[in-house]
Design a protein. Sequence first.
Length: 151
Amino acid sequence: MPTSFSLASLSALAGQELAVSDWFTIDQARISSFGEITGDTQWIHCDPERAAVESPFKTTIAHGFLTLSLIPHLVEQTLHFEGARLALNYGLNRVRFVTPVPAGSRIRGRFAMAQVKSLDNGLDLTLNCTVELDGADKPACVAEWILRVLV
């Protein structure tokens, strides 16, 4: 169940953690589908047999952009902004792919409010997003995500 926040309360939450998602498994079918859709079918992602032999990870790994693209899904599972008519992807800052995500691994999102900027028709919310990898000391991905929330 997503945690709800009123738009009026968000400015006071700058610097605070908002929510943590449930774990989500990244299976080979999802990795291969992402590769087909984006045209990025490198063997490190889409050839389990070759990866088992040649990869330093001994398995395929998720595309960094697949991991990044799952942030909206993880946010949708955890956060709800009361009074928002629409939320648009406005951009990203400081994206880093810190730790590879092996096929079959579980990830989850950890979200904190970095900044709230008022607009005439809504807000720009900057979320500090950390995609954690189950069992890893370092995150899979970190990014600042700017959401334009319209009212």
